[in-house]
Every structure is written in structure tokens, then in C-alpha cells.
Ligand binder design. Sequence first.
Ligand code: HEM
Length: 472
Amino acid sequence: MRKGRSHAFLHSANKPTKAFVLLALSYLMLGILFGLLGGIQYILPGFLKDHLSFQQTRPLHVYLVISWIFCAAHAGIYYYLPLISKRPIFWQNGVWIHFVLQSATSLIIISGFCAGYFGGREYLEFPPLMGLFIFLSWVPFAINFFATLKPNFKTAPVYIWMWSTGILFFFITLSESYLWLFDFFRNNMVRDITVQWKALGSMVGSWNMLVYGTGIYIMEQMSGNVKAARSPLSFFFYFLGLTNLMFNWGHHTYIVPAAPWVKIVAYSISMTELLLFGYIILQWRKTVSGARKNYHLLPYRFLSFADAWIFLNLVLALIISVPVWNYFTHGTHITVAHAMGTTIGINTMLLMASIFYILKTENVFAFQQNKKWVSRGAYITNLALVFFWSSLLASGVVKISGALHNETFFYIMQKSQPFFRIFTYSGIFIFVGLGVLIATSFRIVMQKKQSETIIIRKPKSVSSSKILDFND
Ligand code: HEM
């Protein structure tokens, strides 16, 4: 039987998506590798100390995993834009300029970190000049987004509002995060800390807009229900998300002597966003018919995992945002649990749903052949994340109780060791689970596309030459 083999995965118009998917997955692979090295350094402080210390592995890890989130969102948006607008991408070369600028900037930043060059602030620890290149790399993306879509905001569904806001606020928050270069900010500690944390808190809001928008778009495609993304509830959620983006950063600055009302407003606002998004996914899951659920089983499963993590992280966020409790939890591993619980459990799961939705749409045969591995990778990651997240919470609690009982730092660290070990061992499993998902995605992307082959089951009496190939 001849199996019909046609052109490779993703036709030429979709080459940029392929490039961005592969770049995003490479960020993730490298990012979790450095995370793992950092995790090993938790329990073996001397590990690689002279070549790649924790002061290097941590920024490398954080820079790469945040790049994964942005880049995977870009990949999805580049893929969805022509489908939504029914027009080709406005400026094809612009996509490649974006790709080259972004890859080159990342290469310089990663080599710089490995060689010990720093010079920025927390989370953006590279020299400020690199921030300018990041800014510039986003310009062609923004042009392509608005010029391809030509959005009519009066009728646009909520995900277009979310993506537009995410792009706009990325430029604003990235610029704000470099205000410390001016003496007016740098010479006043309160002003400096407030502006810096406001910028970074809102930047998280901007990537959430891109990622949640992507989640809502694929939910619409999977359920076939176009009303939900235009419903008043979705828009109410959007405005709430926007309010969060603009004001919830206040919960990062409880330590700063700012006006009390800032803390109260920040606390009240920061609780609402996750609650509503969790509710939206829950409602959506009820509307998906059994047949569609089966057809899109794996992307659907990633969305369900994201939903579960939303609720777990919501409970945690509720606790750590109470100002008096935040005073104790701030700077402990409870904050790290919050950061990784949301970026792995929510953002990464939603982006995996988007990537596998694209891969399935483009090459259903390759997807079907590999789906067992996708499922295994997803289960390993999420199960390991439960232990990973809980161990971070537990070491945070040990630190707080030690501080309340005036225990020495050495004694607190000794008591935390069992939890650090659980953290690192479960981190190895997250690495394996995500590694399986990354390797499977690479395999699907590289696999040739099979044209539809219909095999009429061979009756016992019929020779194999009678098996019909639809391409014949
Ligand atoms: C998709 C995968 C991952 C994402 C998105 C992610 C995200 C993050 C983020 C945002 C931080 C900064 C936390 C903070 O400043 O509070 C962080 C820190 C860290 N992550 Fe991950 N992470 C991932 C996977 C892993 C894995 C598999 C390990 C392996 C053990 C790991 C180990 C670490 C370590 C050691 C830190 C530094 C914590 C500290 O400062 O004490 N991460 N990660």
C-alpha cells in the first residue's frame, strides 16, 4: 500500500509559526535544565560552584522560562492571526526580523550570564542595553498584530482585546522597568522599589493577557461556541484583568511605607482575577460536547490541569496577599511556590494546550501517532508539580516558624533540608515530564505530513492488493 506523503509539516505561510514554536520549546528545554541545576545546588551547594554558580543558574533559568512564556504566546498568535482575519500576515519579513532580533538578543544574554556579565535588576538581570533590543524585537510583532487584524474593537471578541492590551502594556511596563536608570528614581529608595515592582508586577499582567487570551481563543475553537468570547461575563473578566494588571502590583510592595489605601486596594483587586478565569474555564468545560471533548482530548486535558492549578494558586494567593501575612511570607519559598505554581501550572499548561492544538490541526496523523507520549508527559509534569509546589510551601512554613522562634539561620536551613530534597527530586520529574512534551512536539513538527489515507478494512477473503488507498 502506498502511503500518501506530501509536503512537510506546516505549509510555507506557517513557517514563522514553526520557527517560533521551536524557539519557544528550546527556551523551555534550556530553562528547565538551568532550573534543575539550580535545584541540585539547593541540596549540594558546592555543585558546579566554580563554573556555574547559583547566582548564574537562577537568572538563566528565570530569563529562559519567561522567554518561553512570551515566545509560545507569540507562536500561537502568529498562527491564529491569519485564521481570525482571513488575511495573510501583513509583513512576513517583519516576522523574521522579530525572530532574528529575539534569537540574537537571547544568545547574547545567555552567553553573558554564563560568562558572569550582569548589570540589570531582579528578573531583568542583563545589562540595560539588552532591554532596548527586547523592546525593538517586539515592534514588528505589534505592527503585524494590528495591521493583519485591523481590529474593530466595537465588535472584537475578548481575546483580541486581551492580546492588544498585553502587547501595549508590555511596551509600557518594559520601559517603566528601566526608570531606575534616571537619578530621580534611583536616588529615592521608596520611589525606586515602588516603581520597579509596579513595572514587574504589571509585566506579569501583560503576559497573562497574552496567555489567557490564547486560552480563550482555543476554547472557542474547540467548543465551536463563538458567543462565549463576546459575552458580558468575558468582558467583565477582561476589565477585571486590566484592573489587576494596573493595580495588583501593590501586593509586591507591602514592605514599602506607602499610603495604607494602596495596600487595601491592591489586596481587594488581586484576588478577583484568578477566581474569574477559573470560573470561565469551568463553565466552558460544561459546554463542550462529548464528541468535541474526545476529538480535542489532549488540549482539553491541558486546560483542565490549568483550571485545577488556578484554584490551588488562588487559595495560596488569598493567603499571601493579606498584608499582615504577606509580611511573614514575603521573600520565603512560599513566594517561589506562588511564582512557579502559576507559571508552570497555569501559563505553561495553557501554552501547551495551544501548541498541541496547533500541532494537531497541522498534522493530525503525526499527532495521533505520538499522543500517548503527550498524555504521559502531561501526567508526569502535573503529578510532580504537586510535590514540588507543596515542598516549597513547607520550607516556607519552616522558615516563618523558625523566625518566630528566633532560631538561627543554620538551624532553619537544616530543618528545611528534607523539603529541599523533595523539591529537587520532584524537579527532576518535572524536567522529565516537560522533556517528554518538548521531545514529542519536536517529533511531530519534524514528521512529514500524511495526506488522508482511508483504509477499507480487509475482509478475510480479499488479498492485500485490494486494500484501497484514497490517494490512489
Ligand atoms: C515551566 C517550567 C518552569 C517555570 C515556568 C519556572 C519558573 C520560575 C520562576 C518564575 C522563578 C522565580 C521565582 C521567584 O523569584 O520567586 C523560578 C525560580 C526557580 N526555579 Fe523554576 N520554573 C520552572 C521549572 C523548574 C524546574 C523543573 C526546576 C528544578 C528543580 C526549577 C527550579 C527553580 C529554582 C531552583 C529557582 C530559584 C528559587 C530561589 O530563588 O530560591 N524550576 N522558576
